[in-house]
Write a protein that binds this ligand. Structure first.
Ligand code: DGL
Length: 284
């Protein structure tokens, strides 16, 4: 009887994939991951009350990200995706190297920079790619450093767009003043080298601008969102790591947490996720 009860408990145990972002942007990544892995369970945490992370120091981004990772571990996630470029650039390595061995040597934390740079080389003919991201991501130089490992023949041209996250979060990106800011940033990136034929949106918020950016750059330049790249690489990772895959529960469950008031989060989140979102509150 006791054995049966314990077996039922084991079978019922939820071991979701945790997805973390500073705010709403990671929902664009979660949406792509869920399309690729619809049977898996997911928990999303958006640290909206403390976003944006883009202009924050290394120490603060690391501290906040580690808190979020620990929260997702406590929710039973053996695997956490940092679906935030700023957190991936500023906190991932320290967490993987210094914290994980102490917290749980079998849990894993993955970011969005490596899966993007692994394939970026295949998406350019001219061998000149543009990277648009937050100030933190661009200043970290994570993209040129990672790309040099996978595609050393590619020239990387970076540009930081500090106004884009506030414009997107406040839904001002279609306002004429918002459009002007966005156009100027795109022109500044393209003026660095006219041969750029692929632009990676290295911030999870930016896919909301996909159509506007495609119109701005014209048909000869690819505008690449990260979600599908990360989703595909995650599926490959799970095939290559059956010990992790076996741990993950697969009931198609989805839950959301935010450090902001849930009603505020829910109202905007569906815009990024493409479906109705009902979040619970968690703060540190
Ligand atoms: N989601 C973050 C990223 O991908 C941007 C938002 C922020 O600055 O917090 O870099």
């Amino acid at each position: 009887m006791v054995a049966l009860f314990l077996l039922a408990l084991v079978l019922m145990k939820r071991s979701p994939i945790g997805v973390f972002d500073s705010g709403y942007g990671g929902l664009t990544v979660l949406s792509a991951i869920r399309a690729q892995l619809p049977h898996y369970d997911f928990i999303y945490f958006g640290d909206n009350a403390r976003a944006p992370y883009g202009n924050r120091s290394f120490d603060v981004v690391y501290e906040f990200t580690l808190e979020a990772v620990n929260f997702l571990f406590e929710q039973g996630c053996p695997l956490v995706i940092l679906a935030c470029n700023t957190a991936s650039a500023k906190a991932l390595r320290s967490i993987q190297q210094n914290d994980l061995p102490k917290i749980s040597p079998t849990n894993r934390v993955l970011g969005v920079i490596r899966p993007s740079t692994e394939v970026l080389g295949e998406l350019t003919h001219s061998k000149h790619v543009g990277i648009l991201g937050t100030q933190g991501t661009i200043a970290s130089n994570s993209y040129p450093i990672e790309l040099a490992k996978f595609a050393p023949d590619i020239e990387v041209h970076q540009h930081a767009c500090p106004m884009w996250v506030p414009l997107i979060e406040n839904q001002q990106y279609e306002h004429p003043a918002g459009r002007q800011f966005i156009m100027e940033d795109v022109q500044q990136l393209l003026s660095t080298n006219p041969a750029i034929d692929a632009i990676l949106l290295a911030c999870t918020h930016y896919p909301v601008l996909q159509q506007q950016l495609e119109e701005l750059v014209g048909p000869n330049i690819k505008v690449i969102p990260q979600g599908p790249l990360v989703a595909e690489k995650l599926a490959t990772y799970l095939k290559m790591h059956p010990e992790m895959d076996a741990q993950l529960s697969k009931n198609g469950d989805l839950s959301f947490y935010t450090s902001e008031t849930p009603t505020v989060f829910n109202a905007k989140a569906s815009h990024f996720f493409g479906e109705k979102v009902e979040a619970q509150h968690h703060s540190f």
